[in-house]
Design a protein around this ligand. Structure first.
Ligand code: FAD
Ligand code: EPU
Length: 327
């Protein structure tokens, strides 16, 4: 494996990219903590990105893509290799009514989900309102199949275009992605764009829908604090014993399990379980990624001891040494 420093001339020098060496990643995540990347690269064109992806693959250099950092914990020791951020204008475009009703909206991978929700609803496109209040890039939202009680991004997805390891564009219909609860099997490493089939709606009513979803989130979640949203996926029915289901009257959410285990407010260093929502770990100034990992480990252990449910982490953790849980 070539180190980024040793190979940087070969990797970037002739490409239309901006490179930050030894770049802090913490401030680019919603947790606001964590270490550095050997190189944070901002490509200015799709061609530059494609060439970079192919070269990293050729040279065995780890490559990761950073969205809005809203579902991401970067380990304190940082990550080796290249991290790309799709923040140039060509990766943030939002094209409405690109191909009529079927593929009415095409959103680039680096576009902001919240702005996309506002823009589509304002233009009378119905279907993305349920994603209000979810901080994300389009690429990150598709990768995670982000959503909740009001629907997931995959529900309206028509097709997705990714760059594969060779830097080739692969377009795949939504039906081929095996979309499920926080699950999406992408045909390549990096989402370039996603297109959506949306309905028609009255912009005023759509905006009211957005406000309703946002109000629900604000009343139940610590939106103003530093977190990465829910730390754990909700358990499936078959992961919870009948006895526990009977005690809750239904399959409990991860937050309800943490809450009932008396863990709200549980703290380690600068990280703690939100007193407002049991599935959010929130941080105070000075917190480290290790604090967050310690809190999440203890929470998972105590919930397993008390209810026999193994909570599975939803938040993606980047460490210096792969393999890691998700990328
Ligand atoms: P990141 O956190 O930057 O990355 C997450 C993963 O996506 C990484 O593996 C990364 O490599 C990958 N990725 C990013 N961009 C791309 C790309 N272009 N191509 C391929 N892979 C990519 N989530 C929900 O589902 N529902 C909610 O209601 C919700 N509420 C939240 C509320 C708050 C306050 C916060 C902080 C988070 C919340 N989340 C929620 C979590 C988060 O918003 C989502 O998981 C979101 O989809 C993350 O998108 P991102 O762009 O920030 O991705
Ligand atoms: N609950 C408790 N105590 C808590 C938290 C929740 O008892 O501390 C109970 C609630 O009273 C409710 C149930 O658990 O009866 C579900 O709670 P909530 O409505 O808050 O939803 P959730 O299942 O915890 C899911 C998503 C959220 C999404 C919301 C709303 C997961 C892991 N989480 O949360 O997504 O915003 O629905 O749509 O699926 C995320 O994935 O990061 C995320 C924030």
């Amino acid at each position: 494996m070539t180190s980024v420093a040793a190979g940087s001339t070969r990797l970037f020098s002739d490409l239309d990219v901006e490179v930050e060496a030894d770049a802090p990643l913490g401030p680019r995540t919603w947790f606001g903590v964590g270490g550095r990347a050997d190189a944070l690269v901002h490509p200015r064109s799709e061609e530059a990105l494609a060439t970079l992806v192919a070269r990293c693959h050729r040279d065995g250099i780890p490559l990761r893509v950073l969205g809005e950092g809203a579902n991401l914990l970067v380990a304190d020791e940082g990550v080796a290799g290249v991290v790309v951020r799709l923040d140039a204008p060509c990766f943030r475009e939002r094209r409405l009514n690109a191909r009529g009703a079927v593929e009415g909206v095409r959103l680039m991978g680096g576009a902001d989900l919240a702005r996309s929700v506002l823009e589509t609803t304002r233009a009378g496109f119905a279907g993305l309102e349920g994603l209000a209040g979810i901080p994300a890039s389009i690429g990150g939202a598709v990768r995670m199949n982000a959503g909740g009680a009001f629907g997931s991004i995959g529900d309206r997805l028509h097709a997705v275009a990714c760059l594969d390891r060779r830097g080739e564009v692969v377009v795949a219909p939504a039906a081929s992605l095996n979309l499920g609860y926080r699950h999406c099997e992408l045909p390549g490493e990096i989402v370039l764009w996603a297109s959506f089939t949306l309905g028609e709606g009255d912009p005023v009513r759509l905006r009211a829908g957005v406000a309703e979803v946002f109000a629900y989130k604000r009343s139940t979640q610590p939106l103003a604090e530093h977190s990465a949203g829910c730390m754990f996926r909700n358990p499936r029915d078959e992961e919870v014993s009948e006895e526990v289901r009977a005690a809750f009257g239904h399959t409990p959410s991860a937050g309800a399990l943490v809450d009932r285990a008396g863990l709200k407010g549980f703290a380690h260093g600068g990280a703690c379980v939100s007193p407002q929502h049991g599935n959010f770990v929130v941080v105070r100034p000075g917190a480290t990624a290790d604090d967050i990992l310690a809190v999440s480990r203890t929470v998972a252990e105590r919930v397993a001891d008390r209810f026999g449910v193994r909570l599975e982490r939803e938040v993606v953790v980047w460490t210096r040494t792969p393999p890691e849980a998700g990328r």
